[in-house]
Design a protein around this ligand. Structure first.
Ligand code: ADP
Ligand code: MG
Length: 755
């Protein structure tokens, strides 16, 4: 008898050897196989007739082998096959197709899947280049025929070579579904399924693999059948339930209930250098409201670049300080920490107060003496506000009475670090405010930060003028430099950003965006490498040359020297990159901040947070190499003052279609959320934050891009579930859900346990 947790080796058709192979693909038990869903379907009950083909469409067709030939052309062997249906025929070709030579016999029936192209040699006829192919079972093989013809057929991602092919999976999964044994246990409360009209789990699993005859193919492809929706909902429901639970557990812990009387309010007002925007007021109110509760705050503050998060954070810090507690502000880079430190000192020291606030820096680059002294002030409680980098958590700094932790630009920290920081051994836990300027699309926020409350700064401070964004290529560089000179002459400053620090061999150390892949192969069917491309005719300029076929990039260091000697001679240029020593970095940054430098030639170290309102021009070279989020961040460095600002995206080298889309989006909109959505669509959720460490769960069925609506629904239902009463949800149902969650949380979602 098969159960969901039966090891796969006991499934008919598998055995110990294959089980080992499957294990490598993280398929260990029956359930894993059942959740390996088809990635597309073919309707072989209603196949497309060969005389109804339309060039450009990707379709599945059935046909009979008429003839084959292996052509040895000069560049490569090509396997050709003519497939027919009555009087009509279709030509198929496979490059480097020698391996197909003896595979087919005339008269065999085939299922083909591929893109239809008009044949050049014979007008009115069509061809398919490298279609996916399956030989259909002959008249004597009725068992296989049952699964492969005259029905909607599932197509699977192969689990390894020809052995664990789509066809093999079809058979094995069919065996499981047909095997006698305890049926697939239900995981959702019956009440919920009924109310939402979801099919039960067993039915859903059966139907995603072998859809009923009348199912619409378009619905199947879009994962929109009731069966799909049920499985997706289930997965998202449990995810949201787990997050909801974490939220609730957090709420049960002791925190500091801060007072916010007249005195505190006066102190907050006292440090304001300008009128806060309505959004800033609203967000501060939300934060302060949390800090008044006897449970620790866990809040995410999202605000596009330049929306003014810093002042809100400092005001939150003041609430803690005025209550006699310490606050800590953590930034992802030294530059940013230093900037925050200077800004905080300026604001807090202005404050009219008998004993001035004590702001203390703590970064990795401080001299040991100073570090030691500062640690002393922190542990003795003299320091009111501590500002630093990762050093704050990495070096286990001891606080006297830490009441609030602020994490700036959180997307740079791993989630782990976030939790490590939150786990302080004290009885009461500090409040935590996490800030990010990476506008996180709502779907991602719901999954990544479902356990945090969210505030959004959705308004820019007054007086900002939109940034003019233009794209241009290398050849127009002289014009760009000319324009930059004009900006400087008008008293403004500029940034010029490069993807690499130094030299062509530099491996983009500061670029978080992967090189564009060649267009990904859509299916996993064995395909020989694409035909060799003609070497693209390429112009070479002194600035952009391909060496050994590898494009060399302009680098910050080289261009700093080059520009200083040529186009930008006479201007005051400074250099900033991650490999400089901290003092030099800080000094250049400060000089730029004070207006002693006109131009900062940099890498992406200036990406986040740097605030120089007088800078009005951002030039990004090799813009085709940067990710959308990154470019948006960089552009956010200008347009912070009242002066009209410019962002010039210069491309040098081949611009891939994806890069084209990114550049296009940048010139089209300045809305961070819109760009983030697009970035998510282009890169996929896994890559959105650059690395897997961002803590995104590994979904088996759900797809964050496709299933947003269901995610929202799942969140609402999860929220409802934990608080609905017994008259709505029977106690056994509740217990069953918790049991299932406990058993599956770690395995399926792989999320960090918040403890
Ligand atoms: P970010 O949200 O990107 O961290 P900052 O806090 O650095 O933004 O603020 C960007 C700039 O806007 C800073 O120069 C800051 O002083 C200024 N600023 C913030 N809020 C206001 C406001 N309400 N009125 C005017 N200027 C503001
Ligand atoms: Mg900031």
């Amino acid at each position: 008898m098969l159960a969901l947790d039966t090891p796969v080796q006991f499934v008919k058709g598998i055995g110990p050897q294959l089980a080992e192979k499957l294990e490598e693909k993280r398929i260990a038990i029956v359930e894993d196989l059942l959740y390996h869903l088809p990635f597309r379907y073919e309707d072989r009950a209603h196949p497309r007739a060969l005389n109804e083909l339309v060039p450009g469409e990707t379709v599945s067709v059935l046909g009979e082998v008429r003839g084959t030939a292996l052509l040895r052309t000069r560049s490569m062997p090509i396997f050709e096959m003519t497939v027919g249906q009555g009087p009509i025929s279709l030509k198929c070709m496979w490059f480097h197709g020698t391996y197909l030579k003896d595979k087919f016999q005339p008269g065999q029936m085939l299922a083909l899947y591929g893109k239809v192209e008009a044949s050049r040699s014979r007008s009115g006829s069509f061809k398919m280049i490298q279609p996916q192919i399956e030989i259909l079972p002959g008249p004597n093989d009725t068992e296989t025929a049952l699964l492969e013809v005259g029905r909607i057929v599932p197509v699977y991602e192969s689990l390894g070579g020809a052995r664990l092919s789509s066809r093999w999976l079809r058979r094995v999964i069919h065996n499981i579904l047909e095997a006698p044994g305890p049926r697939v246990a239900e995981t959702l409360p019956g009440v919920l399924c009924e109310r939402m009209q979801l099919p039960d789990r067993a039915t859903a699993l059966r139907e995603v693999h072998f859809p009923p005859q009348e199912t619409k193919l378009s619905q199947l492809q879009a994962a929109a059948t009731p069966a799909h929706q049920r499985l997706i909902f289930e997965e998202l429901f449990y995810l949201e339930l787990g997050l909801e639970l974490k939220r609730r557990r957090m709420r049960e812990r002791p925190g500091f209930a801060f007072a916010t009387g007249e005195r505190v309010r006066a102190a907050l007002k006292n440090i304001l250098p300008f009128h806060p925007t309505t959004a800033q007021k609203r967000v501060l109110a939300e934060i302060v409201d949390d800090m008044r509760q006897p449970t620790p705050m866990r809040r995410l503050l999202q605000g596009d670049v330049g929306s003014g998060k810093t002042i809100v954070a400092l005001q939150a810090a003041l609430v803690a300080i005025e209550n006699g507690y310490q606050a800590a502000l953590m930034a992802p880079t030294e530059i940013l920490a230093t900037q925050h430190y200077l800004a905080a000192r300026k604001l807090l020291e202005r404050a009219d107060r008998q004993s001035p606030y004590c702001v203390v820096p703590l970064t990795g680059s401080l001299e040991e003496d100073r570090k030691r002294a500062n640690r002393g002030r922190i542990v003795r409680g003299e320091a009111n506000l501590v500002i630093g980098t990762h050093a704050l958590i990495e070096e286990k700094v001891e606080f006297a009475n830490l009441g609030l932790v602020i994490v700036d630009e959180q997307h740079r920290f791993g989630v782990m670090q976030r939790f490590r920081l939150m786990k302080k051994p004290n009885a009461a836990e500090p409040h935590v405010l996490v800030m990010t300027a990476t506008p996180i699309p709502r779907t991602l926020a719901l999954t990544l930060y479902g356990d945090l409350d969210v505030s959004v700064l959705d308004e820019l401070p007054p007086g900002r003028t939109p940034i003019v964004t233009r794209r241009t290529s290398d050849e127009n560089a002289p014009e760009v430099w000319e324009f930059l000179r004009k900006q400087v002459k008008a008293g403004r400053q500029a940034y010029i950003v490069y993807p690499v620090i130094e030299g062509p061999s530099d491996d983009q150390p500061e670029l978080d965006f992967p090189r564009d892949e060649e267009s990904p192969v859509e299916d996993s069917a064995k395909k020989p490498k694409a035909a060799p491309r003609k070497a693209a005719a390429k112009k070479s300029s002194s600035l952009f040359e391909e060496k050994d076929g590898k494009p060399s990039l302009k680098s910050a260091v080289a261009m700093f020297e080059a520009l200083r000697a040529t186009h930008l001679a006479g201007l005051r240029l400074g250099l900033l990159h991650g490999r400089m020593d901290a003092n030099e970095k800080e000094s250049n940054m400060r000089r730029f901040q004070r207006g002693e430098l006109d131009v900062l030639v940099a890498t992406t170290v200036i990406e986040v947070g740097v605030d120089v309102p007088n800078a009005s021009m951002m030039v990004i070279e090799h813009a085709e190499r940067f990710g959308l989020a990154q470019m948006h961040q960089l552009r956010g460095r200008v347009g912070r003052g009242a002066a009209k600002s410019y962002c010039i995206l210069m491309t040098g080298g081949k611009v891939s279609p994806q890069a084209e889309e990114r550049l296009d989006a940048m010139t089209r909109t300045q809305d961070g959320f819109e760009l983030a959505e697009l970035d998510l669509a282009l890169r996929g959720p896994g890559e959105f934050f650059g690395t897997r460490q961002a803590g995104l769960p590994d979904f088996r069925v759900a797809n964050l891009l496709r299933d947003r609506k269901l995610l929202e629904l799942a969140r609402r239902e999860a929220h409802h579930f934990v608080q609905c009463g017994e008259q709505e949800m029977p106690r056994e149902a509740v217990t069953a859900v918790w049991t299932h969650l406990k058993a599956h949380w770690q395995r399926h979602y792989g999320l960090v346990e918040a403890g």
